[in-house]
Design a protein around this ligand. Structure first.
Ligand SMILES: Cc1ncc(COP(=O)(O)O)c(C=O)c1O
Length: 417
């Protein structure tokens, strides 16, 4: 199989070179070139529409990152954007006081999310996970936290510890997804001092294969939380309004005490939520202070209400499951055909192609080659993060991506045999 031609990313590189003089590292966090494949992926985007992106050099891509998760419908989704423009131009969105949309959204969330009675609204996922932990600590008057998964960039949970005194995270312990025995051991040692267990209800650890809950895993975590009186928090920042309207908790049938939502709820507009049982949530009113200048800004609320309306009206998530499952089945067929050590994990709305680790480390070369071929062919997947399906991906788009996956694996087979 012929190697795909390298993309022209000259303007991206020029902008990046300029950026390195203006912004430390050029761009922040997970958008850095080394988080993709340096020299192969664009760094700056010009525009997007539906499931397509155009970079600053004019290269076009069918995108499977969906803005790292918030895009559930598509880029520039007219109905959502129009609702926001109308709000901004006819009423305004940044005021000294709160607009009524917070009540409407809190009521909608209580209707849809199983363990939701009362909600507070913030802007980012990190805001919300941090607020949820603070609420749990205030409610239980306990200190320690058990965690499982990525919960954002704040002091208590970020992986890179630069700039953070150890005292800010030394009471936080990590357990692995689908390993209840790890949590059991931690709780046996620290359960009586544990305020919260925070976890992603579906397993999507950074850079690793995805995991569905093994039978009994979520139930066991629930049981341990109850046994020790810890608040169980589901971090549904990625899974909320994506796996189902009620999140992963609805899909898997185990309720947390608190849930954290963000990303897909507003198709890209900034808003996040802590929601949960009234007696615990009331700590937010009575025992602590959560406030930020931008939290009440209404563009996120308006976008969320419109996005949820569309998700319900057009049965968007059913559509995503149907075509995502079709796509996963076809991808698995192609992986089996080429048998080059690539594996597929995840579920229809979010899945990941990784390469099985081997002793020689050849898997890294295969991974780089695979994702390089894909981006060169115009398909925006990345080696270090799983993919998402959005409403605007058509079966035709998925068929094109499937052909590209087939060809890229054929290229790897030729190269490595
Ligand atoms: C599961 C999970 N929790 C929390 C966060 C943090 O959200 P944000 O990046 O909006 O601060 C993320 C972000 O990717 C996430 O995936």
């Amino acid at each position: 199989m012929k190697e795909a031609e390298k993309l022209n990313i000259t303007k991206s590189m020029q902008l990046f070179e300029e950026a390195t003089r203006l912004v430390p590292g050029g761009v922040l966090g997970a958008r850095r070139p080394q988080d993709f494949i340096d020299g192969e992926y664009p760094i700056f985007i010009e525009s997007g529409k539906g499931c397509r992106l155009i970079d600053v050099d004019g290269n076009e891509f069918i995108d499977f990152l969906c803005g790292y998760g918030p895009i559930i419908l598509g880029y520039r989704e007219k109905e959502v954007d129009d609702a926001v423009y109308k709000q901004i131009s006819e009423k305004g969105f940044c005021f000294t006081l709160t607009q009524k949309y917070q009540n409407d959204l809190a009521a909608k969330i209580a209707e849809l999310v199983p363990a939701a009675e009362m909600s507070i609204f913030l802007k980012t996922g990190s805001d919300a996970t941090t607020a949820a932990v603070r609420i749990a600590r205030a409610h239980t008057k306990k200190l320690k936290v058990m965690r499982c998964g990525y919960h954002g960039w704040h002091d208590w949970c970020v992986e890179m510890k630069g700039g953070i005194p150890a005292k800010f995270y030394e009471d936080v312990y990590e357990f692995a997804y689908n390993k209840p025995e790890q949590l059991e051991e931690l709780m046996a040692a620290h359960g009586n001092e544990t305020a919260a267990i925070i976890m992603t209800p579906f397993g999507h650890p950074n850079h690793q294969e995805m995991q569905v809950p093994q039978p009994g895993f979520l139930e066991k975590v629930r049981e341990l939380a109850d046994k020790y009186g810890a608040v169980l928090i589901y971090d549904e920042i990625r899974t909320g309004f994506r796996l189902s309207l009620g999140g992963a908790q609805k899909l898997y049938g185990v309720d947390p005490d608190l849930s954290v939502l963000g990303k897909a709820i507003a198709n890209g507009y900034p808003i996040s939520v802590v929601t949960g049982k009234k007696d615990i949530m009331m700590a937010a009113a009575e025992k602590l202070f959560i406030s930020s200048t931008f939290f009440p800004n209404s563009e996120g609320f308006v976008a969320a209400l419109k996005t949820i309306e569309i998700l319900e009206r057009d049965k968007v998530l059913e559509d995503i499951w149907e075509k995502g499952q079709w796509f996963m089945d076809k991808i698995q067929g192609v992986l089996d055909k080429h048998d080059v050590g690539a594996q597929l994990t995840g579920i229809a709305p979010m899945f990941y192609i990784t390469f099985k680790k081997d002793e020689t480390g050849a898997y890294k070369g295969k991974r780089t080659d695979f994702y390089t071929q894909m981006i060169r062919k115009g398909f925006f997947f990345t080696p270090f993060h799983h993919a998402y399906i959005c409403y605007r991906h058509t079966k035709e788009d998925l068929k094109l991506a499937l052909t590209a996956i087939d060809e890229s694996l054929a290229f790897i087979k030729d190269k490595y045999q």
